[in-house]
Each structure stands twice: as structure tokens, then as C-alpha cells.
Ligand binder design. Sequence first.
Ligand SMILES: [Zn+2]
Length: 388
Amino acid sequence: MQRNLHRKRFFRGIITIMSLHLLRTSPLIACAVFAAPLLFAVACAGAASGDDFSADAPFVNSAVERSPVSNLALPALPDGTTAIPAPAGTDCDLAILNWAGFDGAASYSFDDGQPSHVAHWPELKATGVPMTFYLTPNMHTTSSDAAVAAWKDALSAGCELGNHTLRHDHYSAYTADTANADVADCATYIQTTLGGSASCSFAYPYGETNWKNNFGGRFLFARTINSGTVKPLDSTDPLGLPVFFVDAGQTHSAFNAALDKSASEKSWVIFLFHSLLPTDSNWYAGVQASDVTASIGHAKRGGNIWVDTVETVGSYWLAQKTLSAVVPTGNADAKTWTWTLPAGYPSGKYLRVTVSGGTLSQSGVDISWNPRGFYEVSLDNGSLSWRK
Ligand SMILES: [Zn+2]
């Protein structure tokens, strides 16, 4: 949760001392030196926020189009296109689409089950985008009536309620038994009090990854506080997922830049938010809730960034790796892939694939082409067939 700010403060201190020195020795130069970048910064900030807000605003609360088969969001069609025709070739050439057919992916995660998340839940919900809330039931008001109502509503809106331990103490404060119990008790709260499913994702309190020793196979994914992104088929440890760590006062400009980067480098960015402003409970690293929703509008506007929970995007990434490693049986006229999902893998998930031509089927039923450019393969089925 906390990050060491000493280095930042050190540099800020150096700059302040240099400023005071320059001001005392040459006030005129000091004015010119400090006024120019200030004016430039003000001009840039004005231009950036004005442009971004006006262009992205209509998309913040617009509906997210979803596939009726997988319920996953649909990527935008290329400009001027109303449908992508089904493949008409004769070969197979099975290809699994990265990030469900989007250029990049983003997950919005919020830690600690904070009162400001509860207070701003209606604005977050209105975006129509599933998010991940890592809950810590024993922290303050996480379990208040208002909080319970908000988390239940978040579940029914498709959000993920992840495990952030019951008490969020430093790992060194626990024994092996009490650490195991803290993880299990958080899971019980999510399932029993909130009616959620057994969450397959965890966020390390204070970023302390020793908790990995206490998972007992419970989790598929665990989110760190380390900087980075995930790429398709890469070797990132699913129990060591990196983040975009949001610092106090950051705005949509920074989040939009990270989203654009994820689209250009074809990666998955996981935002780690703490407090949402305005609030009288700014526990840590508060940012304006309107900056969060503005960045969601930005992601939706381009139609090329997949925004979904850590569980959903992570499950897609893992399944792509699983199916990519399968060597099909059969010949040039007919092939079959079979796979086994990792233990604890959530049910009801799909992969999006293309072929050069022919017909794909599962359990004898042909799969329909989605005019956004893919076939959707049920992962629960465990088998996929192709014929010329
Ligand atoms: Zn935390």
C-alpha cells in the first residue's frame, strides 16, 4: 500500500534549495528561469485536460457492447467497416487473438475496500466497465452496511471482489497459521457475507509477496505493487503481476498515456488505485474519481483497449498460453486440440480465434463467426475441432 517517498522528497528538497539560492543571488534570472516552464506547464495542462475531457466525455457512461456468447466486450470495427467477413480459405492456420481482439488491455483495481470507493461506486458503475476491488474486511468501514450494499451491487455489475487479507497487517506480524487464516477469512467474507464466488485473485498487502507461502493453491493471480505490464505469451509470474502504481494527485493525462502505451505495445496494464477524491477518507494516494472515469472514457473512445477485471483479462492471457502450447491431432483435412485448464481456473471463459478457412466446432456444434472478426471458443469444453 505505501511506497517509499524518501527519494522523491530528497530531489524536491534539492530543487527547493537551488531555487532559494538562485532567487537570493540573481532575482531577475530566477524569475525568467522559473516563470517560463511554469507558463509552459499551465498552457500544456490547460490544453491537455480540455481536449481529453471534451473528446472522451461522451464515452465515459456510454454502453459497452458485448458478445452474446462470451459476454466479453467487443472491439471496434475498422473505420468504414460494418462487418468483417468470415474466413473463406481452405487451410486452418489457427490463430488466437491477443487480448480478446483488442490492441491492449487494462484492469482498474482498487485496494483496501476504502470508504471512498463505496462513496464513488455509482460513478464507477455508470462507466459499465467491470473493475477489481481488493477487499480487506477488517479495515475500518469496509464491512459497513453501505459498503456491503455497494460490494454486492458491484458483484451484480460484473465486478471482481478480490482477496487483500482480513486485516492487512505487515507479513512479519503473522505466524504461518494466522497468515493462512487471514487469507481464508477474507475469502469467507467475500463468499458468505457478500455472496461472491471464491475469488481467484489476490493483492499483496504492502506489496509483500511472502504471502505466496499461504495461498495453498487458492489463487491463480496475485497482484504486486511493482511497475510493469504483461504481454501476450510472456513469462510473467501470474502470482507476481505488475502494476501502474497510481500516485497522489495523478490525473487522467497520466492514465490515458498508460492506456495508449498498452495499445501500442500490445500489453496489459493493471492500474492500482487507492483513495478516490473528493472524500474525507483520503487514506492514501488520493486521485479525483473524475480522472479515473475520464480515463475509462478515453479507453472506450478508441475501441482498441479491452477494459475488464484482473480475473477476466488474466484468465484470457493464461488460456492463450495453454492453448498455444497444444499440438493438435489429425491431418490437413481435420484437426483436434484438447487441453486441461489449470486448477482453480474460473468457468465460463472463452478465447477468440481466427482461421484461414474451414469450420470450427466444439462437441459437434459448429461455432458461428462473429462479424467483429473472430470465433469464440469455450474453454470449459476442453476440446476444439476443425474441418476443411
Ligand atoms: Zn492495501
